[in-house]
Design a protein around this ligand. Structure first.
Ligand SMILES: Nc1ncnc2c1ncn2[C@@H]1O[C@H](COP(=O)(O)OP(=O)(O)O)[C@@H](O)[C@H]1O
Ligand SMILES: [Mg+2]
Length: 243
């Protein structure tokens, strides 16, 4: 994907969650956002995904300028896939129904088509055994994998993942990260935020350090982790890499 972001601002009351943020990426398969809590990663992901409208600034993805009228935003959101930190699935629906319902209601497929697509998505990630279970009957890792299966059931142009493993223990984290890696290798364009630095280094082709509502630094992972240029990024990495 190609990204061109200029001068984005977004305020929540007195908080400047995006503060004149700019970003230019010529070609990237997996863009990873890292940085301190409260630095603006989620806000940026939501604006890039069309879930939130910036106060000012412009976003263009793959040469298309993101417009802020409701119809254009809705059409844009439908082309993409999303997964957040937690609480992604409807608790009263089975894994299969969690996938098929949006395909019917949002994308207009018939119940039969939606059912078949849901089966295919579950099969792709070895989740068919869990098709009839409710979220509460699945582990956190399995729930996130179902969430990802749902997000990619319609082959999204870009998959947005906001700290998809932050609520998981290490083993479940691994199973979700493996699935994301698989998607990346299959050619899926992904923008994700994470605190898993090892994973960021392994899967990203560009890593952006987000702090105080700006992109402080963006480089290929080998470069950024070996020699961060900005003082903020140096300080952040020296602290998170300690443990
Ligand atoms: N919906 C919201 N309402 C009020 N403040 C928000 C909202 N979303 C984010 N913020 C604030 O904006 C700043 C950036 O938050 P966020 O984008 O969530 O950062 P990160 O994801 O890097 O932790 C924080 O100070 C946060 O408290
Ligand atoms: Mg966040």
């Amino acid at each position: 994907m190609k990204l061109e972001v200029t001068g984005l601002t977004k305020c929540y009351g007195p908080t400047r969650a995006a503060d004149g943020l700019s970003l230019s990426v010529e070609s990237s398969r997996v863009l990873v956002l890292i940085g301190p809590s409260g630095g603006g990663k989620s806000t940026l992901l939501r604006m890039l995904g069309g879930l939130e409208i910036p106060d000012s600034g412009t976003i263009a993805i793959n040469g298309h300028r993101l417009l802020s009228d409701a119809a254009a935003l809705q059409a844009y959101r439908r082309k993409n896939g999303f997964l957040f930190q937690q609480f992604n699935l409807f608790p009263h629906l089975t894994a299969r129904r969690n996938i098929s319902l949006p395909l019917e209601k949002v994308h207009g497929f018939t119940p039969g088509e939606a059912h078949t697509m849901a089966e295919q998505a579950l099969a792709r990630f070895s989740l068919l055994d869990h098709a009839d279970k409710l979220p509460a009957q699945l582990s956190g890792g399995q729930q996130q994998r179902v969430g990802i299966a749902r997000a990619v059931a319609r082959q999204p142009e870009v998959l947005f993942l906001d700290e998809p493993t932050s609520a998981l223990d290490p083993e479940m984290t691994a199973e979700v990260l493996e699935l994301i890696q698989e998607l990346a290798e299959a050619g899926q364009d992904i923008i994700l935020s994470t605190h898993e630095m090892g994973f960021a280094r392994a899967v990203a082709d560009q890593v952006a350090f987000v702090a105080m509502g700006k992109i402080e630094e963006i480089s290929p992972p080998a470069e950024l982790f070996a020699g961060p240029k900005s003082a903020l990024c140096q300080r952040f990495l020296s602290r998170v890499m300690l443990y």
